[in-house]
Design a protein around this ligand. Sequence first.
Ligand code: ATP
Ligand code: NI
Length: 248
Amino acid sequence: MKTILEVNQLSVFHQESAHCLLKDIHFSLTKGQVLALVGASGSGKSLLAQSIFQLLPENLRQKGDVLYSGRQVNEQDRGTNIVLIPQSVAALDPLMKVGKQIEGLIQAGNPHQMMLDLLARLGLDADIATRYPFQLSGGQARRVLAMIALGSPANVVIADEPTPGLDQEAKNEMIALLKQVKQAGKAILLITHDFDVALQLADQVAVLEQGSIVEVADVEHFSGEGEKLTHPFTKALWQSLPQNLFKI
Ligand SMILES: Nc1ncnc2c1ncn2[C@@H]1O[C@H](COP(=O)(O)OP(=O)(O)OP(=O)(O)O)[C@@H](O)[C@H]1O
Ligand code: NI
């Protein structure tokens, strides 16, 4: 299978103190592959997403390689080849109506109709399109962010926490949409706290601890009592699922 995103020896550090926040990260993604990235709050998940996207905060620097189709990622790749569903809903443009923001990214067919179809598929009223971001609830804003990314032509989708704030129905709809994105042959890096979501979508799960990937496990290895998993954090995640609680 052809690799479309490759991350090699990627490190992120403070510009001034050289303190390392991500250390020697490497993984690759092929078409139609979903890699879930899990880890405690503050372990570096969002920084990894931002560094792949080459959009780190100003006081941080990165070194190492991020390759799209075998060449270094550049600014033009953002939003065209690689798209980010950001963790913060502040990423929406506060001065532009929501419908226009979605339509702006849909390049094929009839953008207005596709925008309305996507709204309906995510269980959102059509009148959402005429509102400004501040007039949306947190869960609505999150779904709109996902729509913007899913409507884009990019081959690589980085989803930074796509499900918090969603009720079960909206969460299932988001999972179904991401499954369609996978089936369309796009690669997804799925950052999530919701381990159940990771297991429903991912081919592999990477575990980040204090800036390092400590294990990459095939999703099939999450079975039984987790004997095929190597790292204690990965085992603890598996054992903490409601269906496994009675076993420990
Ligand atoms: N601009 C910055 N300057 C200095 N340190 C930062 C900066 N941004 C993030 N950090 C630190 O880097 C570490 C990783 O942050 P990051 O946002 O990637 O965590 P995360 O795994 O996404 O957490 P969460 O699950 O809460 O979203 C944290 O310790 C954070 O305080
Ligand atoms: Ni984060």
